[in-house]
Write a protein that binds this ligand. Structure first.
Ligand SMILES: Cc1cc2nc3c(=O)[nH]c(=O)nc-3n(C[C@H](O)[C@H](O)[C@H](O)COP(=O)(O)OP(=O)(O)OC[C@H]3O[C@@H](n4cnc5c(N)ncnc54)[C@H](O)[C@@H]3O)c2cc1C
Length: 391
């Protein structure tokens, strides 16, 4: 029997960390602050990351990538957030990649992966969520009907991110009506949509203004035609494939929260040591120290679970429980750190120039997306602990 992989320590991967930190040094918090104020996309940053090969981390060497695992990919994303940036602008390619790698055909991999590795194509979008279904993914109503060598797609998606900065998108649609399948999660399929061909030819995109500077959209499909060869894996098994990919997504987003959390702890620790009120640094008061210490303890614990989830994923082992728990712990810890950081900056926490309010908004997202905290609790209660199903 294969032994479990050794547990990585949170500060392992020094070369990756040093490389990403060096790149991020050219894109300091001022850069992201300006992008946030203009509600723009950090194009120069994502380009630099692509040119340096970091966004091809998961692509196997035979297709021109670095052939690394989710452990390493998650460190790349962590370091971006730890440096004051926002990996949300480019994390999609990391977790979408797993879907193509694990379930794509040899022909699909040969067609897309080398071009993605060279930075000529971006695979940054995934369209799963729908306005009426919400978290109940099996209830989606977008349909793809096979007509000869094409599928014809009709329906609507919401919160599909980075469509404007992606060439390819993973789409989940129902290919067999719910009434004709035994389990409601059957009969769903995933496709690669070439956005360059689809936009204006059956696909309409409407941006959603939102609290974070996160480029995200409503999508409307009106008889969009997709070549049948763009179906990923077997027709009808898309829900299972999406779940596999979601575990990588949860582990990578946990790492981003860890990066945020350390950024908040560093920032508030420095500030609390320097800011003098009533003749002493505010950090000398235990009322200030304890929430910071508590957030740090929770962050360190979350980080261990994050590496556990990444290692299991990379070893091809089941990791649903660990990936969900890592995401839960990391999002909670980064939020506690954010709250302490904002609170102990006093009024300055609200000033855009300090970056705290921006990072506060950015990290808050992860209590809701890509999966809400309640749904993780339900998963652990019902799938790990075996309590009766609530839905
Ligand atoms: C900025 C942003 C970017 C996003 N990007 C993408 C993307 O690129 N692709 C994509 O497909 N989706 C994306 N999403 C969607 C995201 O994954 C969903 O918003 C999230 O999964 C929650 O779904 P919902 O918004 O439909 O909430 P709902 O499912 O309507 O739930 C609303 C609330 O009710 C709670 N709730 C629901 N059911 C239960 C229950 N049974 N028990 C307890 N509580 C329950 C939930 O926890 C939640 O807090 C994005 C969302 C945002 C905000």
């Amino acid at each position: 029997m294969r032994a479990d992989p050794p547990v990585q320590l949170p500060n392992d991967y020094p070369e990756i960390r040093a490389g990403v930190r060096a790149l991020c040094a050219d894109f300091p918090p001022e850069y992201f602050r300006d992008i946030d104020a203009r509600r723009a996309y950090p194009e120069a940053f994502v380009d630099a990351l692509t040119r340096a090969g970091w966004l091809a981390a998961l692509i196997p060497a035979e297709y021109g990538g670095s052939g690394l695992g989710v452990c390493e990919a998650s460190v790349v994303m962590e370091e971006i957030n730890r440096a004051g940036g926002n990996a949300g602008a480019c994390h999609g390619q990391m977790y979408n990649m797993g879907t193509v790698l694990r379930h794509g055909s040899a022909e699909q991999k040969a067609r897309y992966l080398p071009a993605i590795a060279r930075g000529e194509l971006r695979l940054q979008s995934m369209a799963v969520t729908e306005p009426t279904a919400g978290t109940d993914t099996a209830a989606i109503q977008t349909v793809a009907v096979r007509k000869g060598e094409r599928y014809v797609v009709n329906g609507q998606k919401v919160w599909t991110s980075r469509v404007q900065h992606s060439d390819l998108m993973i789409l989940l649609a129902r290919t067999t009506p719910m009434a004709q399948v035994k389990k409601r999660s059957e009969g769903l399929s995933i496709f690669i949509v070439d956005l360059r061909e689809a936009l204006g030819r059956g696909l309409t995109v409407r941006p959603i203004a939102n609290m974070v500077n996160h480029e995200t959209n409503e999508l409307f499909f009106d008889n969009l035609e997709i070549p049948a060869q763009n179906l990923i894996g077997e027709e009808g098994r898309g829900f299972r494939y999406i779940l596999d990919g979601l575990n990588a997504e949860r582990a990578i987003i946990a790492a981003e929260c860890i990066g945020d959390g350390y950024w908040f702890i560093d920032k508030v620790t420095r500030y609390a040591g320097e800011r003098v009120v009533f003749g002493r640094p505010i950090g000398q008061n235990q009322g200030v120290q304890f929430p910071i210490a508590e957030a740090y303890i929770e962050l360190e614990a979350a980080n261990l679970m994050r590496f556990r989830a990444c290692e299991l994923f990379d070893a091809g082992k089941p990791c649903g429980a660990e990936a969900n728990m890592a995401k839960y712990l990391a999002a909670k810890a980064s939020w506690e750190a954010a709250n302490a950081c904002l609170q102990f900056h006093g009024g300055f926490g609200f000033a855009a120039d300090y970056d705290v309010e921006r990072k506060f908004r950015e990290t808050r997202l992860y209590q809701v997306a890509p999966i809400s905290t309640n749904l993780i609790l339900a998963y652990v209660a019902e799938h790990v602990l075996g309590l009766p199903r609530s839905f």
